[in-house]
Design a protein around this ligand. Structure first.
Ligand code: GMT
Length: 387
């Protein structure tokens, strides 16, 4: 039998898809008997209640008076090494290259190279930050010094290779959903709070950053509303939110748009929607489209990055060129006006989420990578998803 591992996980604990993936992965690995140590600056927001096999180590930043800027990265690296030593970790798995891959490299050096490190690239660490010449070489070093590197889509692997001139193997590990949490919820009692029975509900969930093109979401919605009664639910917050609120006002849509802020029970919220809108400029995978898919909600989106690897155009949603809001609106209307077509898409969504992106399969893919890096016998891989 394969030996259970002791794994340190570092991620951004308070926001974003990379933190969600890292935390959910840690929980699933703990369920499989591995000992998981989160090394982060605060408790990962999806960690929830006390769980067997899960520990949390807080990174405290030293603000000694000579430091003009408290050195978080160095504190993190020291904490990683300290926890690795104290808990006899087998490896560190860091999510998002900057600064985590470099901190893991420093921790490894402090441990005299005995510690293995795995880096998962999530998207903007490559597609935005690695475009910056002042960060590029550091990101490249972090990747080269990792014992294994994974990325969340084939497109992100390609972009990493091209941008950073990297030839070492990069494993593909898609985002996943826990099917015990993400399934179509019964929202009959809730729906009436947001829309009348004849109104369709369109939804967008993001961190409201420019790469998400939330302005396009409003344009798509405005066009859909010209044809049918509809409401738009905007979930999340971020730097573009105020600009978006102004745009909504200017377009006379204020009565039809609900701002839901940040939400914890995403599966419940998504189950309210008839369509998910994801018109991003850059999107290495698009976790939110997968969460929607698992709840039976098709996505109307752009062909950016890894979205086409997730959303099958014409089967589980429709994809258009970035910025082509007319086509995205036409596709939304086509789907919403045809109940039979919509039902086919919904079934295809549920089927694809369960079979290709389920927690059993992707957790096992990460597990195989850990054992490979450690040169240990691995458990039998899970290649199918269980109902
Ligand atoms: O979506 C974001 O901007 C947040 C970002 C993050 O790093 O938390 O998400 C990235 O990682 C997710 C998990 O792997 C992916 O599903 C998102 O597509 C990716 N975002 C972008 O590439 C913009």
């Amino acid at each position: 039998m394969a030996k259970p591992l002791k794994i340190g996980i570092t991620c951004y604990p308070t926001l974003g898809g990379s933190g969600v993936v890292a935390t959910e992965l840690g929980k699933l690995l703990a369920e499989r008997g591995h000992e998981i140590h989160f090394i982060t600056h605060s408790i990962p927001f999806r960690l929830g209640k006390f769980r067997k096999n899960i520990y949390y180590h807080e990174v405290e930043v030293n603000d000694y008076y000579v430091f003009r800027y408290p050195p978080y990265d160095l504190s993190l690296a020291s904490k990683m090494a300290q926890v690795a030593k104290m808990q006899k970790l087998d490896l560190l798995h860091v999510h998002y290259a900057v600064p985590h891959a470099i901190c893991a490299f420093l921790a490894k050096q402090m441990m005299g190279n005995g510690l293995k490190t795995v880096t998962t690239l999530h998207g903007t660490d490559i597609t935005v930050l690695a475009q910056d010449e002042s960060l590029k070489d550091m990101i490249r070093l972090g990747i080269l010094q990792s014992d294994a590197v994974t990325a969340v889509s084939g497109d992100l692997i390609k972009e990493t290779r091209e941008l950073l001139d990297i030839t070492q193997p990069i494993d593909l590990t898609y985002n996943f959903v826990d099917k015990r949490i993400y399934y179509p919820r019964d929202i009959r009692s809730l729906r009436a709070d947001y829309a009348r029975p004849e109104e369709k509900i369109l939804m967008h969930i993001s961190n409201f950053r420019p790469v998400k093109r939330v302005g396009d979401v409003i344009d798509i919605f405005a066009r859909v509303r010209e044809t049918m009664p509809a409401k738009l639910l905007l979930v999340g917050e971020g730097p573009d939110l105020t600009r978006i609120q102004c745009k909504v006002e200017e377009m006379g849509l204020a009565e039809s748009v609900h701002y839901m802020g940040k939400q914890d029970d995403v599966a419940q919220v998504i189950s309210l929607a008839d369509l998910m809108l994801l018109p991003s400029e850059k999107e290495s995978f698009g976790l939110v489209a997968l969460e929607a898919m698992a709840c039976g909600v098709p996505t109307i989106g752009s062909q950016a990055g890894g979205i086409p690897e997730l959303v099958t155009d014409g089967e589980t949603g429709y994809l258009s060129p970035i910025g082509d809001t007319a086509s995205m609106a036409a596709n939304s209307i086509r789907l919403l006006q045809d109940p039979q077509l919509y039902e086919r898409f919904r079934e295809a969504c549920l089927d694809r989420a369960r079979t290709r992106f389920c927690n059993d399969r992707i957790t096992s893919e990460y597990e195989q990578i850990y054992y490979r890096v450690l040169g240990l016998e691995a458990p039998v891989p899970v290649t199918a998803c269980y109902e």
